[in-house]
Design a protein around this ligand. Structure first.
Ligand SMILES: [Zn+2]
Length: 240
């Protein structure tokens, strides 16, 4: 059974917050994505306590809902449905078909990516495998290209493509580079920015002024790329 609670915001609007009960939850937690804001509550909780909590968090709710509204307007609600996937910054309809042999067909004309899979219920495994292959290939190509054009950059140790929730890439102190499995959902210019960012960490393993100078020397538009990346992070979080 689902319950929605109304919150009256300071801009005069009333927003309804979906209440989701969870056996594992120990306290109240607000969560937001492009589709709305919901609250996770433990199994035993009184409505009046939830309302009190929501009222305390009004400012956050207003700010967050406005932020997502801007994203929805900018990227189009139609494009953010759950049965679509992003690849190289473009959004495709996602089709899953049962087949004896597994394969993936990307059709730019039909704006559709079709996964032929053995087991429809496990299509996410096939999807992750496909992203992993694409990301490995594209990262290898871009890394080679970026390093060829910037020979002053130190060499890295090992590249790993990982299913990591919180970041697009990381660099270890041993010079190992890690990239998110879904990196290729981003437009190419942002993929390059992420790679450049991690390569710059080979010189400066921090986010100091010196670090950003190295990034800027290779990517003069790094600031706008950084900002765009933050939007994409929220967008892709809810669809993959
Ligand atoms: Zn960094």
């Amino acid at each position: 059974m689902s319950l929605d609670l109304p919150v009256h915001l300071s801009n005069g609007k009333t927003l309804s917050i979906q209440v989701k009960k969870s056996k594992r939850a120990k306290r109240l937690t607000l969560k937001a994505n492009i589709f709305g804001i919901h609250i996770i509550v433990p199994m035993i909780y009184y409505e009046i306590e939830i309302m009190k909590f929501l009222n305390l968090k009004k400012d956050w709710i207003l700010q967050t809902s406005e932020y997502y509204e801007r994203l929805r307007n900018e990227y189009g609600e139609e494009n953010l449905k759950l049965n679509t996937i992003a690849f190289l910054g473009k959004r495709y309809n996602l089709k899953i078909t049962r087949d004896v042999a597994t394969s993936v067909i990307v059709s730019d004309n039909l704006k559709c990516i079709t996964f032929h899979v053995n087991n429809r219920r496990k299509y996410k495994d096939d999807l992750n495998k496909w992203y992993s292959t694409q990301t490995s290939k594209i990262v290898a190509e871009r890394l080679t290209q970026i390093r060829r054009m910037n020979p002053e950059l130190p060499s890295y140790n090992k590249v790993t493509i990982k299913h990591q929730r919180s970041s697009w890439g990381s660099c270890s102190k041993n010079g190992n580079l890690n990239f998110n499995l879904f990196l290729t959902s981003l437009p190419l210019e942002l993929i390059d920015y992420v790679i450049i960012h991690e390569l710059a960490h080979l010189v400066e393993l921090n986010h100091s002024k010196e670090f950003w100078k190295i990034v800027e020397a290779i990517d003069p538009e790094f600031e706008s790329h950084r900002k765009l990346l933050r939007d994409y992070k929220l967008l892709t979080n809810c669809v993959q």
